[in-house]
Design a protein around this ligand. Structure first.
Ligand code: PEP
Ligand code: MG
Length: 522
């Protein structure tokens, strides 16, 4: 079970008065290590992205130093006689509350900085995984109040059999990472944490959207029986998954995989993907304290995609900003980030950031069939400038054969002017998660407006029809979550989509479904 980091207090360990000085020394050492870490971050960010962003880490270091000089840790240690980690949690929790109460929104934003500093210091004191959710016993059900992408990245389906979360937007990144990992997730059970205890037995049935706590032996038997049936039908689909998906009227549909850095390529291959339609690389950024260098990116990507040598792999440039906050970039505060500098806007503003990715991808394109995808395109010139940058970088590297460059169509403006964008793109990929959010004006992470987040609303279907009709003959893939929904796939084929990119575990059943569809008579 999990709440939030600073609440995640293990039992407080008492210390003797004579141990206070030693614990205080541990706090000082942890602060010094974090200060050095921040200085190194500042140096690398300045070098790799922008000096103004590097300064933010220096500001954090100063903040850290002033926190240490406040003497509050010593007071807490002497007053409460708890360990260094407990004192750090208590003092940071107080500061967090102080910042959270500030009226000024920009200053209030510093609350996250405080929590981040607390994480760093505690990591030094208690080890890397002290607060991670990584160390779950095998067969666990994780019950949590909220789920962040960085929480899910560490989870393994071997240990975590299911997740139950009090509130989670269906289009949120955390939700889609759990789908990609094949961890069944049940959301929308407010107040659950107060009704369940660690160690309770729980069955999670995502088909019926049910959570059964402390089941009777009969209920358990019935559940196991249904699970067996499901596994058997999955096995049949898996037997056929490497064959192409051809509809009853002979239309070949490419069924590709959405992939992220944590995922296993073996799952993609095992499930018979016809390629990777969307490789999200954000994790390579948010899994580390510092953004990867060109060399690091190249070698990590090469390692990740090498087993897919035979299949085309579409790698998306970093889609940071908005709901995908990459803390290592320390981007300037925006009052409305979802309508702010995200995806391609950010890449064009920080050309160093774009160039290191383009360089790695160009190198990779010399050894593997890869395509480059540009996120969050709104204007024709977004694509035009990105193509110019790609051509310039390739020129510097003496590379003549450019990999295909594609545009993500995930804003209503891009959908309605797709023909103009297509002039600068070799292919298009429709991101319905963001397209739904911006068309329906309902946050993909915001469970309270999920009634508005309707990806099959007539306005969405019209936009999808426009994209297919006006794509100027460029290949179009659809890679948002709706592409993996069995109830929607017949409609998507009817609209004219011939390539779907979906979570790897869904590929075998999706191919089987496609084989039963007649697109002339869906
Ligand atoms: C989308 O927006 O539909 C998409 C595929 O991209 P992401 O979910 O990563 O924003
Ligand atoms: Mg998107």
């Amino acid at each position: 079970m999990a709440g939030d980091i600073l609440d995640c207090s293990a039992e407080a360990h008492r210390i003797e008065p004579h141990q206070v000085d030693a614990e205080l020394e541990r706090v000082r050492r942890a602060f010094a290590q974090v200060a050095a870490e921040l200085e190194e971050s500042a140096r690398r960010i300045s070098e790799q992205i922008d000096p103004s962003l590097g300064e933010i880490f220096r500001a954090h270091r100063l903040m850290l130093e002033s926190l240490l000089s406040s003497n509050e840790f010593e007071k807490e240690l002497r007053g409460s006689l708890t360990t260094a980690a407990e004192a750090v949690k208590t003092v940071f929790r107080k500061w967090e509350a102080k910042f959270a109460a500030i009226q000024d929104e920009t200053l209030r934003e510093r609350t996250d900085d405080i929590v981040d500093l607390a994480r760093r210091v505690l990591r030094q004191l208690e080890g890397a995984d002290a607060f991670g959710l990584a160390a779950m016993p095998a067969g666990s059900v994780l019950v949590t109040q909220r789920l962040l992408p960085s929480d899910v990245v560490a989870l393994s389906p071997r240990e975590v059999k299911a997740i139950v979360v009090e509130s989670l937007g269906q289009g949120s990144h955390a939700a889609l990472i759990t789908r990609e990992k094949g961890i069944p997730t049940l959301a929308g059970l407010p107040g659950l944490l107060s009704q369940i205890r660690s160690g309770d037995e729980a069955l999670v049935d995502t088909f019926r959207e049910a959570l059964i706590i402390s089941p009777s032996p009969d209920t358990r038997r019935a559940f196991d029986h249904r699970l067996e049936e499901y596994r058997a039908s999955l096995l049949t689909c898996k037997g056929n998954c490497r064959k192409p998906a051809i509809t009853r009227d002979g239309q070949k549909i490419s069924v590709e995989a959405n992939l992220a850095a944590h995922a296993s390529i073996e799952t993609v291959i095992e499930n018979g993907a016809d390629g990777v339609g969307l490789f999200r690389i954000e994790e390579l950024y948010f899994a580390r304290e510092l953004p990867p260098s060109e060399e690091e990116l190249f070698s990590e990507l090469q390692h990740l995609v090498a087993p897919l040598r035979e299949k085309p792999v579409t790698i998306r440039l970093l889609d940071a900003g908005g709901d995908k906050a990459i803390s290592s970039l320390r981007l300037p505060f925006e009052s409305n980030p979802l309508l702010g500098k995200r995806g391609v806007r950010l890449l064009l503003d920080y050309p160093q950031l774009a160039r290191s990715q383009l360089k790695s991808l160009l190198r990779l394109s010399q050894v593997q069939d890869i395509r480059i995808l540009v996120p969050m395109v709104t204007l024709e010139r977004d694509m035009q400038q990105m193509r110019e940058l790609l051509v310039a970088v390739a020129h510097e590297m003496d590379i003549e054969n450019l990999p295909p460059l594609g545009a993500m169509i995930e804003t209503p403006a891009a959908a309605l002017t797709v023909g103009q964008i297509a002039r600068h793109a070799d292919f298009l990929s429709v991101g319905t998660n963001d397209l739904t959010q911006y068309t329906m004006v309902a946050g993909r992470d915001n469970a309270t407006v999920s009634g508005y987040y309707e990806d099959t609303h007539p306005s969405m279907l019209r936009l999808l029809g426009i994209i297919i009709a006006e794509a100027s003959g460029k290949p179009v893939t659809i890679c948002g979550e709706m592409a993996g929904r069995e109830d929607v796939i017949p409609t998507l084929l009817e609209i004219g989509f011939r390539a779907l990119s979906i979570s790897p575990p869904l590929i075998p059943t999706t191919k089987e479904l496609i084989r039963s569809i007649d697109t002339r008579n869906p």
